[in-house]
Design a protein around this ligand. Structure first.
Ligand code: ATP
Ligand code: LTN
Length: 331
């Protein structure tokens, strides 16, 4: 039987956080043996908010190096830069005509980002989920491993695929979000009711994958907790629960097991243990990323080959779509 297909991407729009790592990239590695995988660097999505061109280019390479440093194997999965495969923009245009303005206006991320960037509510920001649908549908993906915040975008992708299939005949496989419980939503260290985000203005709110050991320990020491003085997983203790989730996700246990391990101990102990765990886990990834970034020729080779493989599959789907909607393709 054919292997199932996995598709995911991260935007090179800032410094990646441990939320991006635990919610997304880390889970991809575990799947590369069992699935046919495509993992993109979503630079076309990133430009929906303003980017410095030089920074965008640098972060694109950094993200490629990070994918590899986290353990993604270019022999097993296609790692590529979204803008290097023109079919994404081409399919997005077609899918735009199968998507309603009202649906896009209701998207949570669109509403959030419009509120945060009122000076630049551009069409791309609104159209973001359609481009994401094009990404996923081009590869006939079965599963899309993402953090919880992206579930709505995968749902709309399903709606668009079903609508297209219904009108034009079976064309797209209808994908499912693949969301792991531990690490699916890492919260801000300063405001544990909001998700940790790479674009948070407060640098203490997020632990970046590039942070050094001292910075990591300091950020965890300053993490907002509560005055219950009880280490437990509980809705009324979002800060402590978040620390336990982070600890559990890095240690490979459940948050409840982590809570047991810290029973009767103070928040100070918990914070340093989480900090140490995170710093220990990130150190080898950081070292490998640095090593890879020094070898630009290798990175560029990996991305070129990844784009070729992706483009081959993407073209097949796009040709089918063009045929179904009646575009003239020559005699
Ligand atoms: P931005 O703040 O620029 O919107 P982001 O930090 O939310 O960025 P994305 O590029 O939107 O990151 O997300 C990349 C992947 O990381 C997605 O699969 C997303 O679901 C996941 N992710 C992002 N933040 C978290 C988080 N706090 N916990 C778990 N997963 C997350
Ligand atoms: N919107 C995603 C990044 C992304 C993506 C995708 C994720 C772009 N295209 C396709 C899964 C599948 C985000 O994480 N913010």
């Amino acid at each position: 039987m054919d292997k199932k297909v996995m598709y995911s991407a991260v935007q090179p729009s800032g410094n990646l956080t441990i939320g991006n790592y635990l919610g997304a990239i880390r889970n991809w590695v575990a799947m590369q043996d069992r699935f046919t995988c495509y993992y993109a660097i979503a630079d076309m999505h990133a430009i929906t908010v303003r980017q410095e061109p030089a920074d965008l280019r640098r972060r694109t390479l950094e993200l490629a190096a990070l994918y590899l440093a986290c353990g993604l194997d270019p022999q097993k999965c296609a790692l590529y830069v979204q803008s290097n495969v023109p079919a994404h923009a081409e399919l997005a245009w077609v899918l735009n005509t199968f998507t309603y303005v009202g649906e896009m206006e209701r998207m949570t991320q669109f509403k959030d980002k419009s509120a945060r960037h009122p000076e630049n509510i551009n069409m791309g920001l609104m159209d973001y989920p359609v481009l994401m649908a094009a990404d996923i549908l081009l590869y006939q993906a079965d599963y899309v491993p993402v953090g919880v915040d992206q579930r709505q975008h995968v749902e709309i992708t399903r709606d668009i695929a079903i609508r297209f299939n219904h009108r034009c005949g079976e064309t797209f496989r209808v994908p499912e979000a693949y969301i792991l419980k531990e690490g699916a939503k890492i919260m801000s260290l300063q405001d544990p009711l909001h998700k940790m985000s790479k674009s948070d203005e407060n640098p203490n709110a997020s632990v970046y994958l590039s942070d050094d050991r001292d910075t990591i320990l300091r950020k965890f020491r300053r993490a907002v907790t509560d005055s219950f003085n009880r280490v437990a997983v509980s809705e009324e203790q979002p800060g402590v629960t978040n620390l336990l989730n982070i600890y559990a996700a890095f240690r490979g246990c459940t948050a409840a097991e982590a809570a047991c391990a810290f029973e009767g101990r103070g928040y100070g102990d918990l914070k340093s243990a989480v900090g140490e765990t995170v710093a220990d886990a990130l150190a080898p990834v950081q070292a490998e990323q640095r090593r890879l970034l020094a070898d630009k020729a290798y990175l560029s080779g990996v991305l070129k080959e990844g784009a070729e493989r992706a483009a081959y599959t993407a073209r097949k789907t796009l040709s089918k779509v063009y045929r179904k909607i009646g575009f003239y393709r020559g005699e």
